[in-house]
Design a protein around this ligand. Structure first.
Ligand code: FNR
Length: 383
């Protein structure tokens, strides 16, 4: 049995166990992947200030995100097709998050439906909305999220137009995978994955199939989805969706101070500084580099969260010390899920928690609320 001490260990097992097309789907960025790479390498440019002789007994990583108590300021980001990384993936990730006491966000493009996740969990989760051209569908989706008692709506703003990832096109990405000579050869080496999939009914996009006229199975889905992302989404529409929802709203995909000011105007409860994990605008700056200017613009008026590039508890510490109230992990938990199902997501959370706890202590800080710029050594040309 492999000894798992860091997120990279989970990634190695994940790569061995999951069909290539789903590994590539997660482990890639758009076009040249510059933004995808810099999301992680920019964290490495930030250094930490070691402090000593501070009493570290009774320290804690607990905090709050949008008024909700969390065991650490880390939520699970919405990730499409999670149920293809491991059977019932969204349910398993949600359960691991629930046990750890951190928020789970369910993607519109999930395999397990809102109802399936609600049925198998006991704490409210957050629902991520992609705005689609079909307004009736968006309205029904919002009603379903309300009925499932989701406690926040995360509206993703950076995917009005789908970015391009070369590998997905070359692999012919689909859920479930289409059987071609190439995929059959690959699937034969991933038989544990195949067995899991045979054991579940959740194999198609549960929030879409059966909920849209004319879409009764996955074969009709690709064209519908590609055509449905709403290129006309603007601040007026965002305000309408917020009103329709009536609860807490988090706007995801803000990477510019001017957009952050607009998010404030529409009355969002929080924003997520994000470039979608480097999957949308290649060439965009990393989230961690854009965070300071966004905090300068709106940081004292709205809760600012961050994702893209977090692979360790030290990355969480750096983002929070810079001023983010919360962070999200995407790939870091997907590696765990693909590697070991629910236990793998729990392991990813444990690893990140331990790294955060130890690093905080070695920086001389006992509580999340004590973390500030003081902890960081930021290179002069960082932003
Ligand atoms: C995503 N992301 C995403 N975001 C969203 O709002 N809805 C979605 O359905 C998806 N789907 C998705 C699939 C995969 C495979 C990945 C890796 C990411 C973006 C996600 O929520 C988050 O912004 C990034 O994952 C953060 O970057 P890291 O942590 O993966 O580096």
């Amino acid at each position: 049995m492999a000894v798992i001490t860091e997120i990279k260990d989970l990634k190695r097992i994940y790569e061995r166990r999951v069909p290539r097309m789903f590994y590539d789907y997660a482990e890639s960025g758009s076009w040249t992947e510059q933004t995808f790479r810099e999301n992680t390498s920019d964290f490495d440019q930030l250094r930490l200030r070691q402090r000593v002789a501070v009493d570290m007994t009774g320290r804690s990583t607990t905090s709050e995100m949008i008024g909700q108590e969390v065991a650490m300021p880390v939520a699970l980001a919405p990730v499409g097709l999670t149920g293809m990384q491991h059977a019932d993936g969204e349910i398993k990730a949600a359960k691991a998050a629930e046990e750890f006491d951190v928020p789970f966000t369910l993607s519109t493009m999930s395999i397990c439906s809102i109802e399936a996740v609600a049925e198998k969990t006991s704490k409210p989760f957050w629902f991520q909305l992609y705005t689609m051209k079909d307004e009736g569908y968006v309205r029904r989706l919002i009603e379903r999220a309300k009925a499932a008692k989701c406690s926040a709506l995360v509206i993703t703003l950076d995917l009005q137009i789908l970015g391009q990832r070369h590998k997905d096109l070359k692999n012919g990405l689909s859920a479930p995978p289409k059987l071609t000579p190439k995929t059959i050869v690959n699937l034969m080496t991933k038989w544990t994955w195949g067995l899991q999939m045979l054991g579940t009914k959740n194999r198609e996009f549960g929030n879409i199939v059966g909920h849209v006229d004319g879409i009764s199975d996955t074969s009709q889905l690709g064209a519908w989805t590609a055509e449905q992302f709403d290129p006309s989404l603007d601040w007026g529409k965002i305000a309408k969706i917020k009103e329709m929802w009536g609860g807490k709203v988090i706007l995801k995909g803000i990477l510019d101070a001017e957009d952050a000011k607009m998010a404030l105007k529409v009355g969002a409860d929080a924003i997520i500084v994000s470039n979608h994990g480097g999957r949308q605008l290649d060439g965009a700056m990393s989230s961690i580099k854009m965070l300071p200017s966004i905090l300068d613009a709106v940081g004292d008026q709205i809760e600012v969260h961050l994702d893209s590039g977090i692979r360790s508890g030290q990355d969480v510490l750096k983002a929070v010390a810079m001023g983010a109230k919360g962070t999200y992990i995407g790939r870091a938990y997907i590696y765990g899920l693909g590697a070991m199902g629910q236990a793998g997501v729990s392991k990813a959370l444990e690893v990140i928690h331990k790294e955060l706890d130890i690093s905080m202590a070695l920086c001389g800080k006992r509580k999340i609320s004590e973390l500030d710029q003081d902890v960081l050594l930021v290179p002069k040309d960082f932003t």
